[in-house]
Design a binder for this molecule. Structure first.
Ligand code: CP3
Length: 382
């Protein structure tokens, strides 16, 4: 079992830590030769249903890289698949739904999840992992909006046209849909934490497709319900999306302890937007890793500089590891962050003006109080 305190958990709580913690979204998976060797062909959903295999795949990147957290090997579509929604994960494409969500009758297909009966393999994997790991295990779920987009579109989408049409033509049906999906996420996340996961991440990967107004009306309420339903468990809650630079403050206010930032917004700008009292996770461009160790380490130093050495930074990529990534580049990044990262700068030192003039002015003013108020923010659960 891992220790109750760790650099990762400290950073999630915005406490100074002995080093800047680092893990990578999609650290398990196709970029690792040992993953490809172990998994072979066949559906990833089948691999997830085999606890011994899923445990080993989760551990592979932890052993190889020495990252500060493990993320459960699973997928955001596991709960809907487990209650009988036909879903296949097509390589190179993503989740594809057999029968799209089209109307009120389809709500009946979304019955409540009973984790011990419906996803016993997930809980078995979590329990095996917490025995093995000496770093925290991150459990996760898809946010209602992102899962709804797969159900309504029938698969991955660029425009989210059907999804947005449903929100605006039948807001009551949309609300009922995301409400059921919130219940699924709550049941799944609570069961993962009760089985031993010590942090959770809510993936609202595609929320960046929404306007602020639509996010506030159609996505945030269900996500807020998920995050608040975990409050009593006392584990840090990470809230992540891609292209969500304009939503960062809302994603924090939805009930997160840590706001995930993709590579588009520098961390100092993100900090000003999110306001005090939250940790940030990110935000190296995953594509830079394909350029090799030189460019990747140079950019990683820039990310560390933009975090200003303040408590409350979890180093990560701005989205998942790309399949063609050389594992040695990620190993270099972990060493660099551990060697050069600092998290003990006073929170009110310096202004939030950008580190580098090329980034343009910091944009905190429009969204909330400046960083100097940190510590006077809301109480984080102990
Ligand atoms: O290391 C980890 O991050 C742990 C496991 C993990 C997977 N999926 C395994 C996986 C996590 C956290 C996810 C979450 C997930 N799944 C998200 C949210 C994160 C994000 O990327 O924004 C989303 C949108 C999905 C849906 C999904 N599953 C997609 C889009 C794909 C890629 C399809 C492809 O082949 O390009 C998957 C498949 C998937 N999930 C893989 C892995 C390791 C790769 C396929 C494989 O190994 O067969």
């Amino acid at each position: 079992m891992h220790a109750a305190r760790s650099p990762f958990l400290d950073a999630c709580r915005s406490r100074p830590s002995e080093r800047v913690p680092v893990w990578f979204m999609r650290q398990a998976g196709r970029s690792l030769p040992e993953y490809r060797a172990l998994r072979g062909d066949g559906s990833i959903l089948d691999a997830i249903r085999r606890p011994e295999l899923a445990t080993e795949i989760t551990l592979q990147p932890v052993r190889r890289y020495g990252v500060d957290a493990a993320i459960l090997f699973s997928d955001i579509v596991v709960p809907v698949a487990a209650i009988g929604v036909g879903v296949d994960i097509v390589p190179g494409r993503g989740p594809v739904i057999a029968d799209r969500f089209e109307g009120p009758a389809d709500l009946d297909r979304l019955r409540p999840l009973e984790p011990e009966q419906d996803t016993p393999y997930v809980l078995e994997t979590v329990r095996a992992l917490v025995e093995e790991l000496d770093v925290p295990l991150i459990g996760f779920a898809g946010a209602p909006f992102t899962i709804a987009s797969y159900l309504v579109e029938g698969g991955p989408s660029r425009e989210f046209a059907r999804t947005k049409a449903l929100m605006h033509t039948d807001p009551a049906l949309w609300a009922a849909l995301v409400d059921r999906l919130a219940d699924l996420a709550i049941a799944s996340l609570r069961s993962q934490v009760l089985a031993g996961a010590t942090a959770v991440q809510l993936f609202d990967s595609w929320a960046g497709a929404l306007t602020r107004r639509d996010y506030e009306q159609f996505a945030l309420p269900a996500s807020r319900r998920v995050l608040s339903a975990l409050a009593d468990l006392g584990v840090p809650r990470i809230h992540f999306g891609v292209g969500t630079g304009e939503l960062l403050d809302l994603m924090g206010a939805a009930g997160a302890d840590v706001v995930g930032v993709d590579w588009r917004v520098p961390l100092d700008t993100a900090r000003a937007r999110v306001g005090p009292g939250y940790a940030l996770q990110g935000n190296l461009d995953p594509a830079i890793c394909l350029a090799g160790a030189g460019p990747a380490t140079e950019e990683a130093r820039r990310v560390l500089a933009e975090a200003r050495g303040r408590p409350g930074h979890v180093f990560n990529l701005g989205h998942g590891v790309l399949p063609g990534t050389d594992p040695d580049v990620l190993a270099r990044l972990v060493d660099l962050v551990h060697e050069e990262g600092r998290s003990d700068a006073p929170v009110d030192a310096g202004s939030d003006a950008p580190v580098d003039a090329a980034h343009g002015p910091a944009e905190g003013a429009a969204h909330g109080p400046a960083e100097g108020a940190a510590g006077r923010g809301r109480e984080l659960p102990a």
